[in-house]
Write a protein that binds this ligand. Structure first.
Ligand SMILES: [Zn+2]
Length: 172
């Protein structure tokens, strides 16, 4: 039996970089969860591609810890497209799965004390919100426009990704 080619090579040759800088896995994707899968070789079965990418580019993954995507903010809240991304720069470890953060983005766990309907932003909405802030509108203004919490707007427009990156860089 021919030796399996290097896992890193097999992983990276099936990646296309999109406009968000996401390394979008083009191989097998699980229909239900949207995560990519790859055979790890040496009879060890398969594993999720974003977790394999973390191990290959970063470090081991402690038990009970999730590998989450910071780039989910680039996608509509109800989309799971981001899960195909294996860019190690877009991944971070957390004790919670990404679903908790998604709930936050929907305004369900707002720190602002505002209860918001679980309104979803389309990609076009996110672009519009970004443009409004870039054009000088306040976050409060934009939040009112979309009927979302300040937190959700900040998350989508700028704060989310930067905050997550900052937090990741603090961890050992
Ligand atoms: Zn990404």
């Amino acid at each position: 039996m021919p030796a399996r080619r290097d896992l890193k090579v097999r992983l990276l040759e099936k990646v296309v970089v999109n406009e968000h800088g996401c390394w979008v896995w083009q191989g097998h994707v699980m229909a239900t969860t949207g995560y990519g899968r790859i055979g790890t070789g040496n009879g060890k079965g398969t594993d999720l591609t974003h977790r394999v990418s973390w191990r290959l580019h970063r470090d081991s993954i402690p038990d009970g810890i999730y590998v989450c995507h910071s780039c989910d903010a680039f996608y509509p809240v109800d989309s799971i497209e981001y899960r195909r991304c294996i860019n190690p720069e877009h991944l971070y470890l957390d004790t919670n799965s990404g679903n908790v953060k998604r709930a936050f983005a929907l305004g369900r766990n707002s720190h602002d004390g505002e209860r918001n309907p679980a309104r979803k932003l389309s990609l076009a909405d996110v672009e519009e919100a970004k443009a409004m802030v870039a054009g000088g509108r306040t976050v409060a203004d934009v939040a009112r426009h979309f009927n979302l919490s300040h937190s959700a707007i900040k998350y989508h427009v700028a704060g989310g990704i930067e905050a997550l990156r900052a937090r990741r860089h603090q961890s050992p």
